[in-house]
Design a protein around this ligand. Structure first.
Ligand code: SF4
Length: 532
């Protein structure tokens, strides 16, 4: 059957040399990528970042600007990155993906092979699907609607159900990421509602998604109707930009922030400029991830009109009012504890100092979780300046306690360094529930606040006192209303229903159900082309 007929049936055809026509399926290419990244260490101490997206429309150096944008968004994902470009004349997509940091994946030579005026890029930390090159984004597809690429920040909570339906219809998936479902849905034939393929697809997916899409005509930015993840619009030299965070605009000379993409909004940028579509019923509440303010986003970013460093400083002030303590020194756990510690110091009048030194050149630790490896992991990342803490009562301000093992090791190291008292203050409430919207928390059975009482945790940490900010103080620090936020990992109230059984490897496990292509009882002679 001809390729065009497959495509009209809503199938996407694999790109480049891996082309595979299987009736009536299709698949997606990662363009010749075939190696995997080492497994993540099994002792995750902090919630992990999610992903970052960036896009450019109408600039002759689109790939280079995307590279700069991804560079600024590196904190949102360090496992893999990719850029896809297209030109005004030559609309054939060109792409490059790799494992590791943006600076390791792209160089001048690579970027010179990505000519074009529009581009999308992605940095990934895997929240659905394992960390492999084939799962790197943006994902590129070829269908009857032309070439499409998508970069996704967030997590779809019904991707497994949709994938089952699509596979039952013959679809072949190339990756194990939830985002691929969106491309498959967009390739489906129109359903006579008058909606575009994108709107039809978005009506079916549930969960958290801030997307950038590249087609042969335009770039598109989308936020889900609760607006879990950020996405904003900028401009440089008359070209349009989309970015997960505003900090990316700050490092591009001449770039300026225009506005946030609103929850439930689709912005389409083409030769006629930018237009906005709001095809979904507006919700009374939104569900912006409050943990973006606490930990994930960069302090120099402004999210939903509020600067992140200012919110963190407010959280520190709230914390000092809620849990005052007599002490000599306030020290942050860098970097995300810096501004909360500053606020705590300003409010309490206790001097602020830096006693932890972060080693910025340490990547993830791929060692077995032996005691020695744990201690090494803590010390190599964050060493203590003994002279700063010896003989003092210190308040350590951090953004979260996940398993508690790192916090405990830190307290013990402070005591070894001569600290007289160690008081721990956390700039958000205890984490008791997992996140299903794009943040990788450990299993709930490993979340210390889910297992033990406040007193037990304090004792385990060997701290003199422990104080968490409460939900009301955390919300107050943002200056916005509670109904603007998702706080499910703190209070268990999920704004979009989730299946608690699902985890990030849900698609990998599907491989266990693989079956033989030939039935065991298939022995009787068959007519083949009319002959025996
Ligand atoms: S569950 Fe927590 S981390 Fe996840 S989106 Fe909600 S607030 Fe953010």
């Amino acid at each position: 059957m001809e390729r065009s007929l497959y495509e009209k049936r809503g199938k996407i055809v694999i790109k480049k040399t891996e082309t595979l026509f299987l009736r009536p399926g299709w698949c997606i290419s990662r363009l010749g990528m075939n190696h995997s990244f080492p497994a993540r260490a099994s002792f995750q101490h902090r919630p992990k970042d999610e992903c970052g997206v960036f896009a450019v429309y109408g600039h002759p150096q689109a790939a280079e600007i995307t590279f700069f944008g991804l560079y600024a968004l590196q904190h949102r994902g360090q496992e893999s990155a990719g850029i896809v470009v297209s030109g005004d004349k030559d609309r054939k997509f060109k792409s490059h993906h790799g494992m590791g940091l943006v600076s390791q994946i792209f160089n001048e030579h690579q970027l010179s092979k990505l000519p074009g005026t529009r581009s999308i890029g992605h940095v990934r930390y895997s929240t659905t699907g394992s960390s492999t090159l084939e799962n790197a984004q943006p994902i590129v597809a070829d269908c009857s609607r032309g070439q499409i690429a998508v970069g996704h920040n967030g997590n779809l909570v019904n991707a497994h159900v949709l994938r089952d339906e699509l596979e039952a219809d013959g679809a072949i998936f190339k990756t194990t990421v939830d985002s691929e479902v969106i491309l498959h849905l967009m390739a489906q034939p129109s359903n006579h509602t008058g909606d575009s393929s994108l709107v039809q697809a978005l009506c079916k997916v549930k969960g958290a998604f801030s997307l950038v899409l590249l087609s042969e005509r335009e770039i598109i930015g989308v936020r889900d109707s609760l607006g879990f993840r950020p996405l904003c619009i900028g401009q440089v030299d008359g070209a349009w930009l989309l970015s997960s965070e505003t900090c990316a605009f700050d490092i591009i000379p001449g770039a300026k922030f225009v506005r946030d993409v609103e929850p439930g909004e689709i912005v389409v940028i083409d030769e006629n400029g930018l237009r906005s579509i709001k095809p979904f019923v507006e919700k009374e509440r939104t569900g912006f991830c409050i943990f973006e303010y606490v930990y994930f986003a960069r302090p120099d970013s402004t999210l939903e009109g509020v600067n992140v460093s200012a919110v963190r400083t407010n959280m520190g002030r709230e914390l000092a009012r809620l849990h005052p303590v007599e002490a000599d020194l306030v020290i942050p756990v860098p970097d995300s504890g810096n501004y909360a510690a500053l606020g705590f110091s300003e409010e309490s009048g206790i001097p602020y100092d830096h006693a932890f030194v972060r080693n910025h050149y340490v990547g993830r630790t791929f060692l077995n979780p032996s005691q020695l490896a744990r201690e090494f992991g803590v010390r190599v990342k964050l060493n203590i300046i003994k002279e700063r803490v010896a003989g003092k009562r210190v308040v350590v301000v951090d953004d979260s306690i996940v398993r508690g093992t790192t916090a405990r090791a830190r307290v013990m190291n402070l005591r070894k360094a001569g600290a007289k008292e160690v008081h721990i203050r956390i700039s958000c409430p205890p984490h008791r529930f997992p996140c299903h919207y794009g943040i990788d928390f450990p299993d709930p059975k490993d979340l210390i606040a889910n297992l033990y009482s406040h007193e037990e945790i304090t004792k385990y940490l060997q701290a003199d006192s422990l104080g968490y900010l409460d939900a009301a103080g955390m919300v107050r620090a943002t200056g916005r209303g509670e109904n603007k936020f998702c706080m499910a990992c703190f209070n268990g109230k999920y704004p979009v229903a989730v299946n608690p059984e699902l985890d990030k490897l849900v698609f990998e496990r599907r491989r266990e159900r693989a079956e033989s292509l030939v039935f065991a009882e298939e022995t009787a002679p068959r007519l083949f082309n009319g002959k025996i």
